[in-house]
Design a protein around this ligand. Structure first.
Ligand code: IMP
Ligand code: MG
Length: 173
């Protein structure tokens, strides 16, 4: 089976927008250090690009979760497959995600992370599909809101493919 990929957001547009968001974060966190948490695997490409444009001290940590449910619908109950290496106690934490879809995964994850006593906890996402939301999630930084289409690239996959595309594309089956 082969698919065509239609460009939705070009590489240049994505990079320009990441710079804008990074500058906003630089302003908002002036004088502080940022502890970035990346949710594997999708968030990793975006987090690297974002972190490179932050002019404050940044530390990073990774976490991997899998949600119980079928392939098309996450149940909202999240199992931690790989937990963070470092404590969040007293840190200014930004969770960096590739996409917020139903919001189930993130609303569950944020509850868990809150209990670890960070000084602050914010959420930054590359993409947001607000039309798909079933769980309320407060997103602090959004690069792009997109319509309800299945997208790939910049970390996002279709059957583990296309994560390495430097732009955001729509899969046309
Ligand atoms: P949810 O917000 O709990 O529904 O789960 C969001 C997760 O579903 C994301 O972290 C992605 O892994 C995946 N996902 C949602 N929409 C897309 C898409 O358009 N392309 C690729 N993965 C997606
Ligand atoms: Mg994800």
């Amino acid at each position: 089976m082969s698919e065509e990929i239609r460009v939705l957001i070009s590489e240049q547009k994505v990079n320009e927008r990441i710079l804008e968001i990074a500058e906003k974060i630089n302003e908002d966190y002036k004088g502080k250090s940022i502890h970035m948490i990346c949710v594997l695997k999708g968030g990793v490409f975006f987090m690297c690009e974002l972190a490179k444009r932050i002019s404050l001290p940044v530390s990073v940590d990774f976490m991997s979760v899998s949600s119980y449910g079928d392939d098309t619908k996450s149940s909202g109950v999240v199992r931690i497959v790989k937990d963070l290496d470092q404590s969040l106690e007293g840190k200014d934490v930004i969770v960096v995600e590739d996409i917020i879809d139903s919001g189930r995964t993130l609303s569950y994850l944020l509850e868990i992370l809150k209990q670890r006593n960070p000084a602050s906890l914010k959420l930054c996402t590359l993409l947001d599909k607000p039309d798909r939301r079933v769980r309320d999630v407060k997103v602090d930084y959004t690069c792009f809101e997109i319509p309800d289409e299945f997208v790939v690239g910049y970390g996002l996959d279709y059957a583990q493919k296309y994560r390495n595309l430097p732009y955001i594309g729509v899969v046309e089956l």
